[in-house]
Design a protein around this ligand. Sequence first.
Ligand code: C2O
Ligand code: CU
Ligand code: CU
Length: 498
Amino acid sequence: MPKINRRQFLFLSAAGAVTASVASSALGQNNRNPFKSQVSLPKLHTSNHGSLELDLEASSHPVSLGGKRAYLFSYNGQVPAPRLEARPGDAVRIHFTNNLTQPTNLHYHGLHVTPTGNADNPFLEIPPGESLTYKFTIPKNHRSGTYWYHPHHHGYVAEQVFGGLAGLFIIRGELDEIPEIQAAKEEFLVLQDFALDGSGRIQSPNHMAIMMGREGQILTVNGQVNPKYAIPSGGLLRLRLLNASPSRFYRLSLENHPFYLIATDGGALGNPVEREELLLAPGERAELLVRGEREPKQYRLLNLPYDRGGMGMMGGGMMGDGMGMMGSGQMMRSSQTNPQVLATLTYRGSVSTLPLPQKLIPVETLPEPRTVRRFELSMAMAPGMGMAFTFNGTAFDPKRVNTQVRLNTVEDWELVNVDPDRMDHPFHLHVNSFQVISRNGEPEPDRAWKDTVLVRGGETVRIRVPFRDFLGKTVYHCHILDHEDLGMMGVLDIQAPT
Ligand code: C2O
Ligand code: CU
Ligand code: CU
């Protein structure tokens, strides 16, 4: 029977009217239950004596999703996948087996590790039935933060992530050691959307949904529909959020309740920043602190409507109302018009008031760039492919290097969204995180490390990237994973310094 730790206990107690004994017997039953993920407590694998080692199997399993049977893809039978936790300097070994019926591989999104060999290499292919051991080392100076892992085999990424294949990869470090952060109760929220038919199978998207990027109407947090999280009056809650949906954007608001942003994709900010809303594009992460400073009642974590552009070309005028119901009934543009409830925050008990941290981790100022490059993001007709999604008019070809850079340099990349359909494209770069310098010429207010940045229709975003530590080929791409599968990915070759 799995051991129940204090955090899980607190979580279970908070989740509703469960006592300790009920909670542990629910976990006990889990072993006999045909549903692998009866309770959404993704297994935790932590590193030990400098090494994180585990077996990981991708397969198709029935799991329980919001209380219903669902035939999803999963890692070790869990949706979301087991959470991995390591520290700077640790050696990672993942004995991976592909028991899907299609090729796959693993990507470690946001980690600053080598892209070559059996490491964070998106060019690897693990055929059905085969295994591979991933081996890499987390650099000693790696920033602590909320990273994640998911499949990255070109052509199958959207389908496999939409099937449920995604898990957190946490690097513990300096942010976790700040006393005020240590005093906070920590919760992880993996946001995934699913589309299931009446028998619990994943619905296949139609052509239009693929062009927009597939979305599902079932919104889950850690595989649960509207889970509850508890906060004591006076206490601090640290929410670590991951948008693991292939295309859905989450425009988050905690109804009538303030929160503070403390970290983005690549780790901590310099200090907490109060926010009313937070937009998380696919692939992005954020960490929030919530203070138990309001009237003790319930507050809903909402997903507000967001229009991510696109599909104007499918019928101009008839889309004018922004609702865009196509004749065949599928929703276009904004896929929702009302706020949806993702989770509920409940005040429970009280503690003596915990302060917010004043300072977090300083974010370094990067030197001026040696090179400035321009990337045009667009949908285009590609020879032999029909409609493709491209960078500078070119669709992905694993054999072609699109961009060459030198190790130990800093570059500015100008990401220009020239999509005629004004569709949003979240841009993601592997291996090296960057800082956003400006949007449409407006300096970015808070300096932060990012690996995924939203480039809205018509927008120009300037990012600054230091290329450090690792040589070799890797990729950048749109994190609307259907767009990546449809060609919106480029090969980056990081070459030895001259
Ligand atoms: Cu999260 Cu290249 O991906
Ligand atoms: Cu990535
Ligand atoms: Cu895109």
